[in-house]
Write a protein that binds this ligand. Structure first.
Ligand code: PEP
Ligand code: MG
Length: 320
């Protein structure tokens, strides 16, 4: 373990890469203008917002290909449909097609959702023939879901090869970490996935017992809760111990203080809404990387949110 940990320590001491979250194809021009290093999160379920029917595999290939071609060689992390009930309009195409609640947790029980996942994986693999693509599975909250996702991806690869359809052979596969209960499982999963991505929006809401869409009493600095930052540190450490990169793509990464905390904890990349990229870059410019271990130590000792804020406050002057 020591030999794999050493280079990652060095890597983690560098500034995290700043990448773009993209919800709609129309935003891609701004990814280029902002000179984002990559699309760190494409929320593919947004496709449902604009239509009444489920997209076929061919339609998806076309959409993903356009995205991949538009970013001109930058890597695109396509997240498979995040079937959270509150994300998709009531009575949407997915609801009627599955006649189930729109819930990713039901994927293991609903053949229609399994089919939807499989077709989407095929579409993503096919689009990856046009440029660098990574495939990201949302809300992996137990090992059975990871098993299902990886089996489907392997089967899709085999089927595409049998059919002779062009597709990328080495598409990295990642798991989104969005619930606290998987923190101890990251080391188990690390040898089976290529990367991890922290979905801090869901992670923070679920860990603090809040509803992210009705955050009564939620505060902007919830992400800086001392227990949360220690948990996130553990997650980052577990991924790095196993030699896997880990990014953060929720709102915490787009907030200057949150971005600095994640940087101090050693996250490899921050993926944020395109219009937040300049703010995040300014915040990172003020971070003293040589002092990263010291700042991390202060964050991990914090007993209150105010203590966490105090650990990064001196560097926030650049973030205005
Ligand atoms: C998150 O949960 O932090 C995330 C990036 O995904 P979404 O906001 O789409 O749930
Ligand atoms: Mg999420």
């Amino acid at each position: 373990a020591a030999s794999t940990a050493a280079p990652l320590q060095a890597e983690a001491a560098e500034t995290p890469r700043v990448e773009a979250n993209v919800n709609l194809l129309g935003e891609v021009g701004r990814v280029l203008t902002a000179d984002a290093g990559a699309v760190g999160l494409y929320r593919s379920e947004m496709i449902f917002l604009a239509r009444r029917t489920l997209p076929t595999e061919e339609e998806q290939v076309e959409i993903y290909r356009k995205l991949v071609e538009a970013v001109r060689g930058r890597s695109v992390t396509i997240r498979t449909f995040d079937l959270r009930p509150d994300k998709l309009a009531h009575g949407s195409a997915v609801a009627s097609a599955t006649s189930q609640a729109l819930d990713w947790r039901l994927v293991l029980e609903a053949p229609a959702l399994q089919r939807l996942f499989y077709e989407q994986v095929r579409a993503i693999l096919r689009a990856s023939a046009s440029g660098p693509v990574r495939l990201l599975v949302p809300l992996v909250n137990r090992t059975a879901l990871l098993d299902f996702a990886l089996d489907s991806i392997q089967e899709a690869r085999r089927e595409l090869a049998r059919e002779g359809l062009p597709h990328g052979r080495d598409v990295p596969v990642g798991a989104m970490i969005e619930v606290a209960a998987v923190a101890p499982l990251i080391s188990d999963w690390a040898e089976r996935v290529d990367f991890f991505s922290l979905g801090t929006n869901d992670l923070i809401a679920s860990a603090l017992g809040q509803d992210r869409d009705h955050p009564v009493g939620a505060r902007a600095d919830d992400a800086l809760h001392p227990g949360l930052v220690r948990m996130i540190d553990h997650m980052i450490h577990a991924a790095h111990e196993a030699g896997r990169p880990i990014s953060a793509c929720g709102e915490m990464a787009a907030d200057p203080a949150g971005a600095l905390v994640l940087t101090a904890l050693g996250v490899d990349s921050l993926s944020v809404a395109v219009d937040r990229i300049p703010h995040v870059r300014r915040a990172l410019a003020g971070f003293p990387h040589q002092a990263r271990p010291v700042i991390r130590g202060l964050i991990l000792q914090a007993r209150s949110t105010d203590d966490v804020v105090r650990a990064v406050q001196p560097f926030l002057i650049h973030a205005v």
